[in-house]
Design a binder for this molecule. Structure first.
Ligand code: ADP
Ligand code: ADP
Length: 224
């Protein structure tokens, strides 16, 4: 099983702003909901977990490997859906994923089958030859998840995925993540509590860059 461990992780921006401080976490499989108000440090933490930026303090260990020394072990296991994910509206879902598979360097012989399997996982098989420009917001987010699954990641990081989705699309998206979390670690950041209270196996709540809760949603509700 995957293991992601944060040891006293912090991040200070060049202007001196301390966006994340003193985070200690140990995560395995399941859906971890990362919650906090705007400015809490969620995006900064997600970028560190996705190895887009390094912690300025502490260490992030993936299966025991320090990601600052060796980011590639984590990157090989990582699927990432950034907040500002943009797909190419003129391409079909299939064309877009085949393009991304080539960019990501997936073995060419496996690309076509892998792309179709990922589209199937997110429920887009029937729409796979339609242009992304004709898709709803929820379908576009599922294209985003499909691209994040191309390399069969053990760690899936999803940043604010339900912004702009209607309630039905939100529910569908939640169910999809629950299906995917069986053998994976899924980390989902959101400021919408209802996105994760039902589906998260664990909550991590940040406020002003610091951990203010880690535990099950049930324990949090019981304490409230
Ligand atoms: P969240 O995703 O929870 O809204 P962020 O990680 O985006 O939080 O931001 C955390 C804090 O860091 C905020 O106070 C934000 O203004 C600040 N911040 C974000 N990016 C920068 C930056 N490039 N330089 C300085 N401060 C930043
Ligand atoms: P998020 O949705 O991640 O909270 P923000 O609106 O905080 O995004 O930030 C948008 C962009 O502006 C990001 O690239 C972030 O790094 C940058 N940013 C945010 N706060 C600051 C800040 N105080 N100083 C400089 N850059 C910032």
């Amino acid at each position: 099983p995957p293991s992601l461990q944060l040891e006293s992780v912090g991040f200070r921006y060049p202007n001196g702003h301390h966006a994340v401080a003193g985070l200690n976490l140990r995560l395995g499989t399941g859906i971890v909901g990362l919650l906090g108000p705007n400015g809490a440090g969620k995006s900064t933490l997600m970028r560190m977990l996705a190895t887009l930026t390094r912690p300025t303090e502490g260490r992030i260990l993936w299966n025991g490997t320090d990601t600052a020394r060796d980011p590639n072990t984590l990157r090989a296991a990582l699927g990432y859906l950034p907040q500002e994910f943009g797909a190419y509206p003129a391409l079909s879902a299939r064309e877009f994923l085949r393009y991304l598979a080539a960019v990501k360097g997936l073995p060419h012989a496996q690309t076509a089958a892998r792309v179709d399997a990922c589209l199937d996982l997110v429920g887009l098989s029937e729409a796979r030859d339609q242009r992304i420009g004709t898709f709803s917001g929820g379908m576009r987010q599922r294209v985003g998840i499909a691209q994040a699954l191309l390399n069969e990641p053990a760690l899936l990081i999803v940043d604010e995925p339900t912004v702009g989705l209607d309630p039905e699309e939100r529910l569908r998206f939640r169910n999809l993540l629950t299906d995917l979390a069986g053998q994976r670690l899924v980390i989902l950041s959101t400021h919408i509590v209802s996105d994760i209270e039902a589906s998260a196996t664990e909550l991590v709540i940040l406020s002003k860059g610091r951990l203010c809760y880690q535990g099950s949603p049930e324990a949090l509700m019981a304490a409230a």
